[in-house]
Design a binder for this molecule. Sequence first.
Ligand code: BEZ
Length: 218
Amino acid sequence: MPGLTIGDTIPDLQVDTTQGKIKLHQFCSDTWTILFSHPGDFTPVCTTELGKMAQYASEFYKRGVLLVGLSCDDLESHKEWIKDIEAHTPGAKVNYPIISDPKREIIKQLNMVDPDEKDSNGNLPSRALHIIGPDKKIKLSFLYPATTGRNMDEVLRVVESLQKASKHKIATPANWKPGDPVVISPDVTNEQAKDMFPQGFETANLPSKKEYLRFTNV
Ligand code: BEZ
């Protein structure tokens, strides 16, 4: 299904949230933002996800990442639901705004519709998550079905990867974790790499003898 995807600028929508009206571009300002959607209020997996996001919020804020949730129900429902979320996840305070989208217009514009999940008002949101860069473009998207809750460790891991790759000409290899070596981007020559990475780098000795797999630490 075509729709908003990585590389696209998020639309500057005005939305109603549990913390008042916001305009998305103004909210995102010039920092990183995670915009994540949920099928509905008072549903089991969503309740655990919003609680976990609240528990991890300080880790995101430390990295300059703002959070904004979305569920299609109305604001009164969201405010009641927050009490359940906080009760279920001890220590969690839902201090990020949650967008309400009872008409299901916002989820269409943000490519967050689950074609398989419907209620009497139409399609529900999927478990979509966009990581938006300081330039307001989508840098990474998750798209999960209602039956699969997201892993906030993975969300944090990919934020760290994106932020490192935005500062250095590097990429993060399979199963990378913060602190592990990274790989130097293929468009960087060995000569350039010596200047860019004075800490040094190691080139994997591959049967092809092509020197494209180079590890360094940043
Ligand atoms: C849930 O959050 O648990 C859920 C929501 C919609 C469909 C299935 C599960």
